[in-house]
Design a protein around this ligand. Structure first.
Ligand code: SF4
Length: 686
């Protein structure tokens, strides 16, 4: 079972073309970037203004919410004014939840309609209920009757349709039969697809959104696998819903969207951020460009796959998360590595001369909860080693272990004295090519003699040549990694999957260190964004596949930022929780308060509650359903009024917004999840 042509290289999934007005997506078309307005749809002027602003920054398809018939009627004017302003080429999509009447009105005016199969023609309060087979069939018949008119009208008018499943708002019938699982999400969409097909309507796009990238990735993979079996090739709209804002929102989106794009899946994308929608476009554009540059690579096997007999799939079940089995090692008592341990964070210092500055930077109190555990230092000559020994003797390093990246001129004997001086906290990292079997034996023997570790950076294509040596050596005191990753090296996640398969063939359970080593010097924000996206795809994508025991995001310009970034990526992928998890909707025309400032304000007060998940949602229509598995929810109940939730239960209704923050904190206290922030945490929160 697979969902893509190769897990090691990027091969675009063939999909059929669907036209959304003048913009075609799927087939051989580029990835289309889209977003959504956040204004009240009945404020026609504001909605047209936002649509134009989006189009001007490169948004190719604009979605507008149509929560009721009056709002849907406004789409006529919005369409007309947008066209009159010279944006007739930008298709509009009406976003529909619950109300078929609103959909039937909207379809007259826009190029595409999005329906949520979890709540189309359904009730707004979800209930637990047992469904017999007869109940289920009668529900499907009811659905057929209520959905068919929209399908038929779309067909008559040449409109496209997105069947957009959300993990958090599945129908009662799906929840009862499948639970809120990726399979439930897929079946939810397929019920609607079958109705479309029964009317000969095929201009369909599908999405499987969730706020948890791992769930989202699995759902899309499963959807494609099931569609392939049924010879369906509808295009995919990718998105991580309620991703939040800032670095965290970008990371979550990149993990989910980027991982799928790198596997060749996805025809149009929306990055949902709790920020003005125009800020979504550069992120989406960067993700699309990175993926399309990989799609453009001719379908030949890269060197790291070519010289082995390994097939283009691996032994991983891509539809279920399981962490790779790993043998424990102790790099230091406070930073063990193993199956029960979170991935360890290594920070790059660069050249030896920079070590004192970097060590000072990493000692800052703001990193108390997110410490650098390993420090990576480059050593090229014996004099680098001597200098390093001097520094380490005089300067207590704020890390648990040192990693020495040894250049090609250093032998194992050069490094041996340093190993003795350091005493138990060293990892030697070195690249080994196909001809380096002797060198590999030397280095392995040297580190083992002193109880240290060797991180083998396996050169692309060297696997077959080095396999006999590695088999003879055994895996004790070895760690494996790759440095040929990043945009220029093709499918970076695929490269690590290939390494994993190689280790499986050897029968090794040695830890794997995920290195983000792209050459980009992240001095400018655009370069930093690029680095962030690549790190999120590689590290987050690997962690979502269950791979990765140590991670490093190697930018030498700002080690503190790199450390924070590494922890944020780990949090985004669910690999290591170091702070509060926020689920915040991107806002839309239904939003009842200022989501951006509210999210920032709540984060400032609660951002230190490690492991607590807080959802901030703009409305009660979709908010409670979409906030997934949050511990606490802050949801717009009415203008100026907030409803507070514990799990999925509303416990306080319509409280004045001015009191809502304090009441939320009181609720967190009541449930035993509150701790007072320490001084460094107050300083660190925005
Ligand atoms: S939860 Fe947020 S994005 Fe979703 S419908 Fe409500 S206001 Fe709009």
């Amino acid at each position: 079972m697979s969902y893509c042509a190769s897990r090691f290289r990027t091969v675009r999934r063939p999909s059929v073309e669907v036209k959304v007005g003048s913009v075609a997506l799927g087939g051989a078309n580029p990835i289309r970037v889209q977003s959504m307005t956040t204004s009240d749809t009945q404020d026609i002027e504001a909605t047209v203004k936002q649509s134009i602003a989006l189009a001007e920054v490169g948004c190719e398809i604009v979605r507008v919410t149509a929560p009721n018939v009056p709002a849907a009627k406004c789409l006529k004017d919005i369409r007309a004014r947008l066209s009159a302003a010279g944006f007739g080429h930008v298709p509009l999509v009406a976003d529909i939840h619950f109300l078929p009447n609103a959909a039937m009105e909207a379809v007259e005016h826009v190029e595409k309609v999005r329906v949520n199969p979890g709540n189309y023609a359904d009730k707004k309060k979800f209930a637990v209920k047992e469904y017999t087979d007869a109940d289920y069939d009668s529900e499907l018949q009811r659905l057929h009757d209520s959905f068919s008119p929209l399908v038929q009208r779309c067909k008559q008018l040449g409109r496209a349709m997105r069947i957009g499943t959300n993990h958090g708002s599945l129908s009662d019938r799906i929840m009862n039969r499948y639970g809120d699982t990726p399979l439930g999400m897929v079946e939810s969409a397929l019920e609607f697809v079958r109705i479309c097909e029964s009317h000969g309507f095929h201009d369909i796009v599908l999405s499987m959104k969730a706020s948890n990238p791992k769930v989202m990735i699995q759902a899309y993979r499963l959807l494609v696998e099931k569609m392939d079996r049924a010879h369906r090739a509808y295009p995919l709209h990718l998105g991580v819903t309620e991703a939040g804002d800032g670095e965290d929102g970008r990371i979550k989106s990149a993990i989910g969207i980027g991982s799928l794009l790198f596997d060749g899946l996805g025809d149009t994308i929306r990055v949902s951020l709790t920020e003005d929608s125009v800020y979504e476009i550069p992120v989406a554009r960067a993700l699309a460009d990175k993926a399309m540059s990989l799609w453009a690579i001719p379908p030949a096997l890269p060197a790291n796959v070519r010289n082995t007999n390994i097939a283009e799939t691996d032994a991983v079940d891509p539809f279920t998360f399981t962490r790779r089995e790993v043998a424990p090692i102790v790099l230091s008592p406070r930073a063990p590595v193993g199956p029960e341990q979170p991935p360890r964070v290594i920070v790059a210092a660069g050249l030896v001369s920079r070590l004192p500055d970097v060590a000072r930077a990493l000692s800052q109190p703001q990193l108390k909860d997110t410490p650098a555990e390993g420090l990576l230092v480059r050593v090229d000559t014996p004099s680098d080693l001597a200098q390093l020994a001097d520094i380490v003797r005089d300067l207590p390093l704020p890390v648990e272990f040192l990693v020495l990246e040894t250049g090609p001129l250093l032998t194992a004997q050069d490094v041996a004295p340093m190993l003795m001086a350091e005493g138990g906290r060293l990892v030697l990292a070195r690249r080994f090519g196909a001809k380096d079997a002797g060198l590999l034996r030397d280095f392995a023997a040297t580190v083992r003699a002193k109880g240290h570790f060797l991180a083998i950076d396996l050169e692309a294509g060297a696997e077959a040549a080095l396999a006999p040596t590695l088999r003879a050596l055994g895996e004790a005191h070895l760690i494996f990694t790759r440095t040929a990753t990043g945009a220029t090296a093709g499918h970076a996640v695929g490269s690590y999957r290939h390494l994993r398969e190689f280790l499986r063939e050897l029968g090794f359970h040695a830890p794997v260190w995920i290195r983000n080593t792209t050459a980009t010097a992240a001095r400018h924000e655009a370069a930093f964004l690029s680095k962030l996206l690549e790190a999120a795809i590689l590290t987050g994508g690997s962690l979502c596949d269950g791979l990765g025991d140590l991670v490093s995001i190697e930018t030498e310009t700002d080690p503190v930022r790199a450390t924070k970034l590494a922890y944020n990526v780990l949090q985004g992928a669910g690999g290591r929780i170091s702070k509060t998890e926020f689920v915040a909707c991107p806002s839309c025309g239904r939003t009842l308060f200022d989501l951006q400032t509210t999210t920032q304000r709540i984060r400032a007060q609660t951002g230190h509650l490690k492991g607590v998940k807080i959802a901030i949602m703009g409305c009660i229509v979709n908010g409670p359903g979409e906030m997934a598995d949050a511990d606490f929810g802050y949801v717009g109940g009415a203008p100026g009024k907030i409803n507070l939730y514990v799990g999925k239960n509303c416990v306080q209704y319509n409280i004045p917004q001015s009191e809502a923050d304090a009441r939320l904190i009181a609720l967190i206290r009541e449930h035993g999840k509150w701790v007072d922030p320490e001084p460094h945490q107050v300083a660190a929160t925005p």
